[in-house]
Design a protein. Sequence first.
Lengths: 114, 254
Amino acid sequence: MFDVKEKHLTPAVFHILLALSTEERHGYAIMKQVEADSLGKVKMGPGTLYGSIKRMLDGGLIEESDARVDPEMDDARRIYYRISGSGETALKEELQRYSHLVKLTRRLGLSFVA
Amino acid sequence: MMKAPLNKFFRFLLLLYPESFRSHVGDSMMQAVVDSLVGSSVIEKLNIAGNLFAGAAIENGKAICTKLMSEPTSNKTRQLLIGFLLVVPGIVMISLLVLGINPPLGPFEPYFSIDNPFGKWNALAVVFGTVLVLPIVGVWIANGGGSKPSFGMFLVSAAAGLLLVLPLVALQLIYGRLTYSCFPVVLFAILWILPTVAIYVAAPLFARRRRNEYPRPDPLSVALRLVALMPVAIMWFALIKDQMPCFLGVPNCD
């Protein structure tokens, strides 16, 4: 299993967890959501995405939901993924870490923090 | 929908991924590739192809490493080969010393010298060690010795050993051509085998506990590995120290 105490999340894993935190998504939808969340700065190719997905499935951070049709796309069935309990914990820990860093930079008076 | 030749090309790229990967997420990945290609420009298609190709290389590398690191050495011939290679450097070094041949081992020479009053006791200890202790240690390590034996780990050690020797080979090819009448194959073979053995023996000492697949060796294992490691490391550094002037093309380096 993925040990959140030992590892920080890689940017790819973090963005995928973030994309799945609100709803179940299939691969292409995850790619689009990651791009949107990062304001177009992170564009994940299918090779990068599924390399991470495979490891996240193995590590128990995400789970396969089911195969179904995306009403906004064609009629092909796509496998959906959802965040697991471990994934939520890992994401929460990472966001807390970021939050702490933002507070720290504010306390230090660094002007580029909004 | 994707055009047929494009479809075939991207399916081919997916076939480059390891079977274990494809069986797990292959179908879903193919669908994501198809989705990504819809309405994409030529540059974007090339980006996707490059990303898939790089991903295939990474996944194959990871699959090979996982297989190599976890594959137990069940084959008796392989175990014997590893055990043999583990003890050969020690046996060669000690035999040379016992037989009075002057090997390129500066630090050991005075200690084992015939002039040394303790020489014969040293020789007895060395013979005892050569005949009994080193083979036992070698076979024990080759059979596991407190950690899971792996022929793959041995191959990884051999590759790492080769990386250590290649700069010396380069030096020899560039500067040292005049100091040897021909390329010293045996010397470089020894210089390759020694670090291979050292890395293989030492690896479990530094291995992290990982899902109990590669547990840390017990104290006895650590002690015995250090015993096996010492002559190997000393011989390797002594050989390099002795031969370095020749690799650098110093005249009359011998």
